[in-house]
Design a protein around this ligand. Structure first.
Ligand code: AMP
Length: 182
């Protein structure tokens, strides 16, 4: 089974449309038989995403450091839960398990994970695809900043192309399923 790692927000204090997006994406993953790898939380977009994959009979791999279990309100019904000692170990496992990465709306944790996996691609640590789902312009500011970094020549043409922005999750899923696992 091909697996997508999804980075997204854990905050419960966000507008309903973000939670609804998590749900929509989760249903699509289950329908297309794509496994979800994520940070094992039960709150916010993370929670609605995992719940909706499971609701449709899909599979979810959660990875969480032990010290974050109470803080992130660890999801109790995942297909598989891996508990790590450190955040670095968590991220390494999430990245190793997955065949591609998608950022949905989220906060600082999401930004960190997105930038890290992009920089790992940039230095050749992996060759998996990284997409940003940009519904309703949520990530327009971030995309403008990436373009500014390129314009100011901090980011090369080649590396700007690694940041694949899409408005529709269906597009990401079809590119993911039709692409090679490298
Ligand atoms: P957030 O976008 O801040 O709601 O966080 C989303 C996910 O990112 C959660 O699973 C957090 O545990 C995770 N996260 C938070 N901080 C970091 C960090 N420094 N490095 C990696 N992941 C983090």
């Amino acid at each position: 089974m091909k697996k997508l790692c999804i980075f997204c927000g854990s905050s419960t204090n966000v507008a309903q449309n973000h939670l609804d997006l998590g749900k929509e994406v989760g249903h699509l993953l289950a329908e297309k038989n794509i496994g979800l790898v994520y940070g094992a939380g039960s709150t916010g977009v993370m929670g609605s995403l995992a719940d909706s994959v499971l609701e449709k009979g899909g599979k979810v791999w959660g990875v969480i450091p032990d010290f974050m279990i109470p803080w992130e309100v660890c999801h109790q019904n995942l297909t598989d839960l891996k508990i790590t000692k450190t955040m670095h170990e968590r991220k390494q496992i999430m990245y190793d398990y997955s065949d591609g990465f998608v950022a949905l709306p989220g906060g600082l944790g999401t930004m960190e994970e997105l930038c890290e996996i992009l920089t790992w691609r940039q230095i050749g640590t992996h060759e998996k695809h990284v997409w940003i789902l940009n519904p309703n312009g949520f990530y327009d500011g971030l995309m403008d900043h990436f373009k500014k970094l390129h314009h100011e020549r901090f980011v090369s043409d080649e590396h700007l192309e690694l940041i694949q922005e899409r408005n529709d999750m269906n597009e990401i899923v079809s590119e993911f399923l039709n692409g090679e696992i490298i």
